[in-house]
Design a protein around this ligand. Sequence first.
Ligand code: CMC
Length: 392
Amino acid sequence: SGYITLDSGYKNTGATTSAITFLDGEKGILRYRGYPIEQLAEKSNFIEVAYLLIYGSLPTADELNDFSNKIRLHTLVNEDMRKILDGFPSAAHPMGILSALISSLTAFYPESLNPNQSKEELDLSIIRLMAKISTIAAWSYKNSIGHPVNYPKNKLDYCSNFLHMMFAYPTEDYEINPVVVDALNKLLILHADHEQNCSTSTVRLVGSANASLYSSVSAGISALWGPLHGGANQAVIEMLEQIKADGGDSKKFIAKAKDKDDPFRLMGFGHRVYKNFDPRAKIIKKAADEVLTALGINDPILDIAKELEEAALNDPYFVDRKLYPNVDFYSGIIYRAIGIPTDMFTVMFALGRLPGWIAQWKEMRENKEPIGRPRQVYTGETERDYIPVEKR
Ligand code: CMC
């Protein structure tokens, strides 16, 4: 077995080569396929960015049309999936539903289990996944509030269609507001990939065993659910609400976050790789201001968030540890403003991250990477003899 290098949490271990996302945590740079995140967030839309991540270059007008039309035409999910959905109690967390229903796609499309799918077959699996996740996500919300689901409307673009499935009632249309559609596109773009993070590494590890794209992504969704990863956006809003309910004293919570005997952490702060401002947080902070102004919303929680940020950025504890606001610090405030409930925030992260997971899974397959199989340093008992139960 030889000499094993131990690196808990893989802080310094590269698990793969990748040509998808460039991240410089010291300088706060993030680029997808070479394009700066700032330009993509400003000028592109989510479906175009998904194409860029998955296929490596910006699509021509025809390619983009073809890709988005195919996604539109596959948004309907098999009626039998509704039966699975109906089996979940309404209290079920939508992330659990999302992961289960994405996994169930393997049952509806068993050809996806073939590790040697042709390019055309894999493209179809990808289109189905991109399309159906938005329907499943919106339906998981409808289930949680006990409402009938909305079927997708093929004439709508991806984000508008998602908003329709989330918010229309059988008795009332949802009026599409371009400000909301823009904000949603921006948020999804900013979440679309982030190199070898916990959920993406999960997708690659599961996929490295030649598991299907759907099973691998379902595992990634489970990883993303954790509050130290994608669950942080929900945790941020819960924290801000807690601070508000407690009288709004942000200093008190800064002190709690610094106290090593207190498990409380400032959610939405700190990042494994960024030791500088998270470039996504900068864009989202500006977008939060713009969206709230455009929608005429005055959310006291935004003020608390700004106070916390200001206090933390001037506090030696956070400065010394290079803890800055991350992507999740302000995203929840926008989601709230556009009517998305707190327990759907991580589902929104999953919708955004999907193209990244697909791109990384596909790259791993194309590069013919071997099965992932980390080693360990054993610290347990040395050999001992079995003792019958009555003698223990
Ligand atoms: N509040 C208070 N102290 C913190 C925080 C925080 N949010 N984050 C890190 N620290 C302290 C930590 O206690 C440690 O202090 P010391 O050196 O005195 O022991 C030091 O900073 C280094 O932290 P770490 O936990 O060793 O760093 P990590 O790279 O293992 O963890 C992290 C990164 C993101 C899990 C962590 O910063 C954290 O828990 N943040 C809050 C949760 C959060 O916002 N997560 C979203 C991450 S971005 C979106 C995503 O990728 O999903």
